[in-house]
Design a protein around this ligand. Structure first.
Ligand code: 6GU
Length: 228
């Protein structure tokens, strides 16, 4: 999968090169680049923002550098072009899976009070938010999308890892995990996990999953107790 982040702060994306995503990039499964919008500005000082028409606080990112940057990165519209915005569709397990189907995704990161609406009208396919709170820029939100989506790209997670057991895969929160030692600070690992009876272990985990979801996220469960 090819992923391009368009931003005024490309260095913020250095952390993508760590851990699981870093390995996927080294293995050639993910092709990631953060592209500096500023280098496309035709202004003599490479200015990329201006005051809003109609007045109001803050600055708005100008259309020209973004328009030229998008068309340089994606001249034939082969990327799904996403604008990161608190006004967008809220990211979810389902949306991560859906976006992972695309060969190429481009994530436009705004800053300040946003970007000129005309460049969104001209170039953008979808708007995505990561939740009901405001961040100072789209970069951190884009990294959340990149991580959440990449995990559903074939080969990004090791072959031994699957999505079957993780939170939301069956509409419920994941059961608690334990590893050695069998006792820590007086707390014991539940006996059932030590006895190797896989039917019993499955039952225990499903039970824990259901309890945890009912307690913490009742909104995920229908009145009949089934996941929504
Ligand atoms: Cl995508 N951008 C910004 N600036 N704030 C957000 C967001 C995105 N999602 C939630 N808050």
């Amino acid at each position: 999968m090819k992923i391009r982040a368009l931003t005024l702060f490309p260095k913020m994306f250095d952390c993508i090169n760590e851990s699981i995503l870093g390995r996927a990039i080294k293995n050639g499964i993910l092709d990631f680049d953060a592209v500096d919008i500023r280098s496309f500005s035709k202004d003599k000082h490479q200015k990329c923002d201006d005051t809003p028409y109609g007045g109001g606080a803050g600055m708005v990112m100008t259309a020209q550098p973004i328009y030229d940057c998008i068309n340089a990165v994606d001249p034939n519209h082969e990327y799904l072009r996403i604008y990161m915005s608190p006004k967008g569709e809220r990211l979810s397990d389902g949306l991560c899976r859906e976006l992972a189907i695309n060969q190429n995704i481009l994530l436009l990161c705004g800053h300040y009070e946003g970007v000129d609406q005309r460049v969104l009208d001209l170039c953008i396919d979808r708007e995505v938010s990561i939740g009901d709170y405001v961040l100072s820029g789209g970069e951190l939100a884009a990294m959340v999308v990149i991580d959440g989506v990449s995990r559903f790209v074939e080969g990004v997670l090791g072959s031994a890892v699957s999505h079957e057991d993780e939170s939301f895969s069956d509409g419920l929160l994941e059961y608690p995990q334990y590893t050695r030692p069998p006792e820590f600070m007086g707390l014991k690992v539940p006996e059932v996990l030590l006895n190797g009876n896989h039917k019993e272990i499955d039952k225990f985990r499903r039970q824990k999953s259901a309890e945890l979801t009912a307690e913490r996220r009742p909104d995920l469960i229908k009145p009949d107790g089934e996941p929504r």
